[in-house]
Design a protein. Structure first.
Length: 356
């Protein structure tokens, strides 16, 4: 059985057991504020958000600024995506968990989504309480394998608040995701090496496999050319007619060695999966393998949170950004707010639409 099917089978079996337990002992779950909805959504209400200090009220301006930055970023990404389609360079692509994201990457993705969701909703709750708006409850949920979170704000208190307070509360979640994304980006910039190429896997029967290249080796140079990116590797393989290539690499154990890669002149690839290698200081601390896993984990933390920030800030009706636009225009100019949301949604769909 293929590994993805095995994982799916285990997850489905776990949900079947959970459904059976919930049916038999519903009173036990209810007494602990745990509910199972539709058989696939597990909800746990943690309780109310504790009182917040004056800092959360003062941060309202920062939240609004983060929202404005994220909206601008969204527009730039969308314009680039549409332009890419027009000029034949592709466009935006949606990564599908389980299809494009598998293995340990899927685990890191799920953890990043969990952190993003919990901190996003926590910031909503703290911003609300800090501005005198009641919060009925805060909780976390699991929809099949996707972690979620929620904050129930007192809509009566919210409706009676000033426009500044409303925008600050709605924009607080965007700020949380930007902060997490920035943390991931800072770590990536300091924990990855500008030289070398990390091999994460080797294709069986490929040139690299025959030459004895192991997963989690770091390729340093090929025929004397220092390797800084996949473009350097492709350039050497494409522009030399030599049938014997001198490859210098750092082994997973940390020793440097040179090996000879024998190839036909028609072979243009080594047959390896690659990524940016961890920095030397990180390798010395935890080794190549763990260093690579940390880089992957923080990459997903960065990617998930930055994308969630700009998508949630976008005026798309159901997003925080969509609600903010309605608050900005007010009831008097509601039709203009509808037009902005509609235009934003149209641009997003155009950027994501498959090429004809």
């Amino acid at each position: 059985m293929e590994s993805p099917l095995l994982v799916l089978g285990v997850v489905l079996a776990a949900w079947a057991v959970l459904n059976a337990a919930y049916t038999c002992r519903r009173d036990f779950f209810d007494s602990r504020n745990i509910r199972l909805l539709y058989g696939l959504v597990l909800v746990y209400r943690v309780g109310n958000v504790k009182a917040a200090g004056r800092l959360w009220k003062a941060l309202t301006i920062l939240f609004a600024a983060s929202y404005a930055l994220s909206v601008a970023w969204f527009l730039i990404v969308m314009v680039e995506g549409v332009a890419g389609k027009i000029h034949g360079g592709g466009g935006l692509r949606v990564l599908v968990p389980g299809v494009d994201i598998t293995g340990l990457d899927l685990a890191y993705f799920i953890v990043a989504v969990a952190l993003a969701a919990v901190l996003h909703e926590f910031f909503h709750g703290k911003a609300a309480v800090g501005n005198g708006v009641g919060v009925k409850s805060f909780g976390i949920a699991l929809a099949f394998v996707l972690p979620l979170a929620f904050t129930e704000i007192d809509e009566k208190d919210f409706a009676g608040s000033s426009r500044r307070v409303k925008i600050g509360i709605l924009a607080a979640g965007v700020t949380a995701n930007l902060a997490l994304g920035l943390l991931g980006l800072v770590f990536l910039n300091t924990a990855t090496s500008p030289t070398g190429i990390l091999v994460t896997n080797v294709v069986p029967g490929s040139l690299a496999s025959k030459a004895g290249v192991e997963p989690y080796s770091i390729l340093l140079s090929l025929n004397g050319v220092e390797l800084r990116s996949v473009d350097d590797l492709r350039s050497v393989l494409s522009n030399t007619s030599a049938t014997s290539l001198n490859l210098t690499l750092l082994t997973p154990e940390g020793s440097t060695r040179s090996i000879i890669v024998e190839r036909n002149t028609t072979d243009k690839t080594l047959g390896v999966y690659i990524m940016s290698p961890p920095a030397g200081w990180l390798v010395r601390m935890v080794g190549v393998y763990l260093g690579a896993q940390l880089v992957k984990a923080f990459f997903w933390l960065y990617l998930v949170n930055f994308n969630l920030a700009i998508l949630n800030a976008a005026p798309l009706f159901i997003t925080d950004g969509g609600r903010i636009v309605f608050e900005l225009f007010g009831e008097r100019f509601k039709k203009m707010a509808l037009a902005v949301n509609t235009l934003s949604l149209a641009i997003l769909l155009l950027a994501l639409a498959p090429l004809p």
